[in-house]
Design a protein around this ligand. Structure first.
Ligand code: PEP
Length: 253
């Protein structure tokens, strides 16, 4: 049995006033039974979100993190800074970081190590571009991204974590992988982990991301290897996000 997981990735959205309204609506929510929920907020608002979510089941995460402990890394934030604000973990390898900030598989693996070394959770994101899908390279790409972490840190480091399959062509585009397309990739990813460690493969939550909304979530969650969602745009609306959380809480994983 795997407890489902839903994460909201706010990306570079929100200001203090709108954040306060969103956080307030999430805090009082009753739709969170049976699902682990986290929100990944921009660094300037870690404190605001962390304080608002005290005594609430929703974890606050970073959207990216430096692999370095401290020092001359202008613009970066460290794991120790996350801990200072009681964050639970961070996204690593989001396609907007891989593509927009040129983050390599090796850097993503180092970020993963920095988080796990501090006993924080890492949500490892993998996904193929449209060109890679059309070239029939989906499984090769996502396996390469996953194995870059597995080979260095082993499957046990992932076992209690979350792996997010996010096809790049579906992120923020309104296009969603069909439940069957997503399931096929999730099953392959689980098989890759199983080749390293069968127990880790069984406990690892593999969630789907890419234009998940309240009205397509249940179809995705009906698939046996889809254990929840990483949600971008729809996480900025409390009602949409909570409806997705509720749908995830209703699946018997
Ligand atoms: C994301 O940012 O991880 C994401 C899946 O975005 P969206 O839901 O907007 O496609």
């Amino acid at each position: 049995m795997r407890q489902s997981w839903v994460g909201g990735n706010w990306k570079m959205n929100g200001l203090r006033e709108s954040n306060a309204a969103l956080l307030g609506a999430l805090k009082g929510a009753e739709q969170l039974a049976g699902v682990d929920v986290a929100i990944a907020v921009p660094a300037p608002y870690w404190q605001q979100a962390s304080e608002a979510m005290i005594d609430c089941a929703i974890n606050v995460m970073a959207q990216s993190i430096s692999p370095h402990a401290s020092g001359a890394y202008t613009g970066d934030c460290s794991v120790a800074m996350m801990q200072d604000f009681k964050l639970s973990g961070a996204l690593v390898g989001h396609s907007e970081r891989r593509q927009g900030a040129g983050e390599s598989d090796a850097l993503v693996a180092a970020q993963f190590a920095a988080l796990r070394g501090a006993d924080l959770s890492a949500v490892l994101c993998v996904g193929e571009t449209l060109a890679e899908r059309e070239a029939g390279e989906t499984l090769a790409v996502v396996s390469r991204q996953l194995v870059a972490v597995l080979e260095q840190y082993g499957a046990e480091a992932l076992a209690t974590g979350v792996l997010a399959y996010e096809p790049v062509w579906a992120i923020g585009t309104g296009l969603t992988a069909t439940p069957e397309q997503a399931q096929a990739v999730h099953a392959s990813l689980r098989a890759v982990v199983a080749a390293f460690d069968i127990d880790a493969a069984n406990t690892l939550r593999i969630v789907y991301g890419g234009s998940v909304k309240a009205d397509n979530a249940a179809g995705l969650f009906s698939m046996p290897d889809i254990d929840g969602a990483l949600v971008g745009g729809a996480s900025l609306s409390a009602s949409e996000f909570l409806a997705i959380c509720q749908a995830a809480g209703q699946i018997a994983l």
